[in-house]
Design a protein around this ligand. Structure first.
Ligand SMILES: [Cu+2]
Length: 165
């Protein structure tokens, strides 16, 4: 500010001296534009960060109970599903529970074990294998439990149900 006053006083006597006044004004304008651009960029970045950051899990900070289930696969399907009509096996948990499936394939052929939404890829178990599938049941609803390998009893291994309430 003091410098402007000094330059203004010089201006009538020294046109060269007046040049820096316009120069410094121009610089201040460009500085303001840069600051404005930075501010816009920061604001946009902030908005993008909010938009792009993944939503918090509905179970964040919630320690759900652990619910363990054993699934035996053999020539009668999942826990005897060959002899059941309707959904079988049916597993009931509460939202945010930690679900643990221990899957034991007592058959000689390979079988799959998938849970819709939670593990669509699921497990693949060769004959005699056992594996564990774990997840937190963050979403309520009814989710199909099914075999993913085209086995000899495939149709009777499509109607398992996980019920999350
Ligand atoms: Cu199958």
């Amino acid at each position: 500010m003091g410098q402007d006053t000094f330059s203004s006083r010089l201006a009538p006597h020294n046109w060269q001296g007046s040049a820096p006044i316009h120069g410094s004004r121009a610089m201040r304008t460009s500085e303001m534009i840069i600051i404005a651009l930075v501010a816009v960029a920061l604001a946009t970045g902030g908005v993008l960060a909010v938009v792009l950051s993944p939503p918090l899990s509905p179970c964040a900070g919630v320690t759900g109970a652990t619910r363990s289930f054993t699934i035996i696969i053999d020539s009668t399907g999942y826990n005897g599903s060959l002899y059941k009509t309707g959904s079988w096996p049916v597993v009931m948990v509460q939202r945010c529970d930690n679900v643990v499936f221990t899957v034991i394939n007592n058959a000689t052929e390979s079988h799959g074990f998938a849970v819709a939404y939670y593990s669509n890829v699921g497990l693949e178990l060769v004959g005699g294998a056992h594996q564990t599938l774990k997840f937190q049941a963050t979403k309520t609803g009814q989710f199909q439990v099914y075999c993913t390998i085209n086995c000899s009893i495939h149709r009777q291994m499509q109607n398992g149900l996980l019920n999350v309430t």
